[in-house]
Each structure stands twice: as C-alpha cells, then as structure tokens.
Design a protein around this ligand. Structure first.
Ligand code: HAX
Length: 438
C-alpha cells in the first residue's frame, strides 16, 4: 500500500531527528507559564508538537506548510471538477508531500476497498431515539466500531512498539473510509426513515458522500470535497484534536480516541458553532421577514450580546484575522449562488458583526471563523441541520468526518514517534497564591 511504503521510508529519519534534538537540547526552554494562562484554558502555552499543521494567528492554518488557498490550487483534482480530491489531502497530511493525481486516487481506492460498516453499528444507531443529537449518534457509532480495531487485536497478541503505527494506519484508513457512510445513515435516520445509504466504490470520498446524501446537483460533490478538506486539521491544541491525542496517548486505539475527540467537537464553543451559526442567521431572517437592513442586523447582534450570549462563528482562541477557511467557503458561495438569501445574509453579517464585537471590546478576535458560513452553504443544497426535534447537529457530524482525517494522521505519527502518555501537572490555588506572593 502506497501510504505504508512512504511512511516506512520516512519514519526512521524522523525518529533519528527527534532523538538528536532531544539528545542535544532536551532542557532548552521554549515557553514560560503565567498564572493567567493556568486560569484561562492554557491559552497559548507551547507544549504540543505536530508537523502536520500550524495555525498562524494572522495567516491562518497551514497544512504541511500550505495555506488553504495554496492547497486548493495545488492538490490534484479529477478532470471536470474544481475542488481537489480529499484522498490527495489525506496523502499530504500523512506523507507531507503534494501527491500526483494517481497517488491521490490510490488513497481514494484504498477507502473504496474498505467500505464495510459492521451491521451491529447500524443496529446500535437504530436502537437510539431518533431525537438523539446527531453527534451523540456519531460518537456512539465510532465507539461501536471499536470491535474492529486491528491495533487492539494486535496489541493483545503482543506487538513490538516500533510497529504500533502500522495497525494504527490500518484502523485509520478503515475508520475514515466508513465515517461518511455512518454520517449519511444518521442523516437518513433523522430525515429518510432510516434508509441504508449505498456507497459507490467507483466514486471519490466527496462525490460518494454527495450521492449518499442524494443531492443531485454536481456542484455539491465539490462542496463536500471543500468541506472535508478545510475542516480536517487545525494543529494539535484545538479541543477535538487535543482530546483525540490525549485518549490515544494511553494506547487506546483510534476508535476510542476519535470518539473522545468527537465529544469535544460537539460543544457549542467548538464544532457545534456551525449549527448555532445557521440557527442565528435563520433567527435574524425570520424576525425580519427576510434579509434585514444593516441597522436592524446591528441591533440584533447587540441584543445577542446584551443577553449574555456569544455570536456563533465569530472569534477564535488563536486566530486574529478572518479565517481563510471562512474565505474559501465565501468564495464558493459567491461563485455558485450569490443570490441565495441566507448566504447573502451570512455575507452581510461579515460586514456588520466584527464592528459590533470591536465596539463591545471583549473578543480578542472579532473576525469570522470556519463555522460562520458553512451551514449557509449546506442549506443551499437542501442538507438540513434540523429535524422535527429541533437543531440536530448534523453539520457537526460532517465536520467530524473531516476532522477524523487530521486527527488520525496525527495519531499514526504519534505512534511512529512513540509520543508518550500525556500527563500535565496541576497545582492548588494555595500554591498559586504562594507563587504570586514570591
Ligand atoms: N461573541 C461574543 N463574545 C465573544 C465572542 C463572540 N463571538 N468571542 C469571544 N467573546 C468574548 C468571550 O466570551 C470572552 O468573554 P468573557 O470575558 O465574558 O468570558 C471575551 O470575549 C474574551 O474571549 P477571547 O479571549 O476573545 O476568546 P476565547 O479564546 O476565550 O474563546 C471562542 C474563543 C472561539 C470560544 C470564542 O471566540 C467564542 O465563544 N466564539 C463563538 C463560538 C464559536 O464560533 N466557536 C467556534 C470557534 C472555532 C472552532 O473551534 N470551530 O470549530
């Protein structure tokens, strides 16, 4: 398999590189920690390492050194499509090189050969109340798939630690291949009376998801590819990536780890912000019987803030400028459906809300993040986030399908480089008070 061969060649070089760095510079200080940081969610403490992506506060994410705009022009596309193959992105995340079209297709074929959701996973989902939040179902389904873990089986048989990465790669490919099927099934349980989706092995991951969602507009396959590429990775400190890494660091397999990460993604300050954001846009739209005037929108934004709530999709813990993942989606909407009223409203919010957040003076970053616009694109193609029971959180499941690409690529490398059990140290308030007195 091409990914295994490439990794096999690279891993000894990286092991040597890390070993040399530690041997020469283990005690070099790279950061200092303040009491303020301890009390503010460890913001900005430099204590994690990944070579797969890096978030620059101003430029935004770079995946293996490439910005979102560069990825969209440099990763290979199928003839007749405008957005690159997700398989090419996964190749890049794992291997660190831009693949050829053939290499990207080889990853897509790996996925196609691995479509095999065990029947008991569908049954677990069928047994859950259909009103369950979509992310609860998604996380549960991932956990139910743990029975298939090659890593856990081989660990039980007794495996040399130098080989841990191999079954981790195997599990990662199996899981990432099957998550789109599980996601489409959750959607069907909520919206189509539990119809089983039929994957098509001849299609790439984005187009296959689009056909399982039964969206016939061919543009939607491109939107799926875009969605799955841009949400994949955002360095190691974000909550879903960090939770996945933490669970995986105990040598739990990828199913336990990613299920844990998905529980973090489900929170409204993280991935669920995409659902909240569309909900906020729809509230604005309904209250004003259409797209409001700029003044009405400004007033609505202030009402949200005065009610002690956040404006979803705006602000970020690291970014200090407009998120390039937002810009990529804005450009997609402008190119394909500039007149869609909810998309128009989302664009208008981009003009008004940053001013309001600056006036309020609290948020360190008044600019939109990835979640401010993704829902308005999905709803254009008829993919709903709500069901008869209210907001069901399906867009966050789509986010999860994508985030699994980033966290599994990181997990393979974490095993290859023997990253250890995570165990930071805590202090008591009295200890911090004593430190403050000194
Ligand atoms: N609306 C209103 N207030 C906001 C705000 C927003 N969009 N963003 C930040 N603030 C407030 C914070 O709540 C905080 O208020 P308090 O001092 O009263 O606690 C203050 O501004 C300072 O916060 P910050 O330092 O700028 O931001 P944090 O690093 O603490 O938090 C968040 C970052 C993303 C959680 C925050 O900006 C937020 O809640 N945004 C809205 C939710 C959202 O869009 N989340 C998705 C983020 C991207 C992501 O993970 N996607 O999956």
């Amino acid at each position: 398999m091409i990914l295994e061969e490439k990794l096999e060649a690279q891993i000894p070089v990286w092991r040597e590189r890390v070993k040399n760095l530690l041997a020469s510079s283990e005690s070099v200080v790279i950061d200092q920690v303040t009491i303020g940081q301890v009390y503010s969610g460890m913001r900005d403490i430099k204590s994690l390492v990944t070579d797969i992506s890096y978030v620059d506060p101003v430029e935004g994410i770079r995946l293996r050194g490439y910005s979102i705009a560069e990825l969209l022009t440099r990763l290979p596309c199928l003839p007749g499509t405008n957005i690159p193959l997700v398989g090419g992105l996964y190749y890049l995340l794992l291997i660190g090189e831009i693949p050829t079209l053939e290499q990207a297709q080889a990853v897509e074929q790996e996925w196609g050969a691995r479509y095999n959701v065990p029947e008991h996973v569908f049954n677990v989902l069928r047994q859950m109340p259909v009103s369950s939040p979509a992310m609860t179902m998604f996380s549960q389904a991932i956990l139910a798939m743990q029975t298939e873990s090659v890593f856990s089986r081989r660990y039980g048989e007794g495996m040399h630690k130098a080989d841990y990465w191999r079954p981790m790669l195997e599990d990662s490919l199996n899981m990432t291949a099957n998550l789109p099927i599980i996601a489409a099934f959750i959607y069907n349980l909520k919206h189509k009376e539990g119809k089983l989706p039929t994957p098509d092995r001849s299609l790439d991951l984005g187009a296959n998801f689009a056909q399982m969602m039964e969206v016939s507009d061919p543009e939607y396959a491109d939107l799926c590819r875009l969605y799955f590429i841009i949400h994949s990775d955002h360095e190691s400190g974000n909550a879903s990536a960090h939770a996945t890494h933490l669970v995986g660091s105990t040598l739990s397999d990828i199913y336990y780890a990613v299920s844990g990460g998905m529980n973090a993604l489900a929170g409204p300050l993280h991935g669920r912000a995409n659902q909240e954001s569309l909900g906020w846009l729809l509230d604005v739209y309904q209250q004003h019987n259409g797209v409001p005037s700029p003044e009405e929108l400004r007033k609505f934004a202030w009402e949200t803030l005065d009610a002690g709530q956040v404006i979803p999709g705006y602000g970020h813990a690291v970014l200090r400028k407009t998120d390039p993942r937002f810009t990529a989606q804005l450009e997609f909407g402008r190119a394909h459906f500039p007149e869609d009223p909810i998309f128009k409203l989302a664009s208008m919010v981009y003009d008004i809300v940053p001013q309001v957040l600056v006036e309020q003076g609290k948020a360190k970053n008044p600019w939109p993040n990835v979640d401010a616009i993704s829902g308005s694109l999905q709803q254009h193609y008829g993919v709903k986030d709500c069901d008869a029971h209210g907001g069901c959180g399906f867009y966050t499941v789509m986010f999860g399908v994508s985030r699994a690409l980033g966290v599994t690529a990181n997990a393979v490398w974490a095993r290859a480089l023997s990253q250890p059990l995570e165990r930071p140290k805590s202090l008591t308030t009295a200890m911090l008070e004593a430190a403050a007195k000194k």
